[in-house]
Design a protein around this ligand. Structure first.
Ligand code: HEC
Length: 125
């Protein structure tokens, strides 16, 4: 419950939680050429335009899991995981990483959600 509350507080303070064009988005952290990948760039720009960064950071857990942890968890899964995770972004939910809830994002198309997931998957280490 505390975490959910924190998420809502966080949404109220978009600026301080990295909702804008934040330097925490991860784009400057990649030094191995991943940042030049068009798949990475497309997904990152979609993520940055949506509300994802109010709950997620690349390296650190906020309300939601760190994107790098998500990437590492699913790295060895078959490609169908991309469809599944995109569906989860659109429908929201909890229970995989804890009790905190991801809000649904029905306005995001399946295609855009998959592009976001592909970006996240590139963050694995
Ligand atoms: C209100 C906070 C919040 C917002 C906004 C949010 N998320 Fe999440 N996200 C979460 C939480 C909490 C979880 C963990 C859910 C669980 O445990 O099943 C999560 C999980 C995920 C996962 C992993 C899902 C799984 O089943 O392992 C992905 C991928 C993800 N989010 C991507 C996104 C993207 C992309 C956006 C922006 C469109 C976004 N999230 C917006 C809170 C949020």
């Amino acid at each position: 419950m505390k975490k959910i509350l924190a998420a809502f507080l966080c949404m109220g303070m978009l600026a301080s939680c990295g909702g804008g064009d934040s330097k925490d988005s991860g784009s400057t952290e990649m030094s191995d050429g991943t940042a030049d990948n068009p798949v990475y760039q497309k997904g990152l720009s979609l993520v940055a335009k949506s509300d994802c960064l109010t709950c997620h950071k690349v390296e650190e857990k906020l309300t939601g899991p760190a994107y790098r942890d998500v990437a590492n968890k699913y790295a060895s899964m078959p490609d169908t995981i991309i469809t599944h995770l995109a569906g989860k972004i659109r429908s929201g939910g909890n229970g995989v990483w804890g009790e905190a809830l991801m809000t649904p994002h029905p306005a995001i198309t399946q295609e855009d959600a998959e592009a976001m997931v592909k970006y996240i998957m590139l963050l694995k280490k």
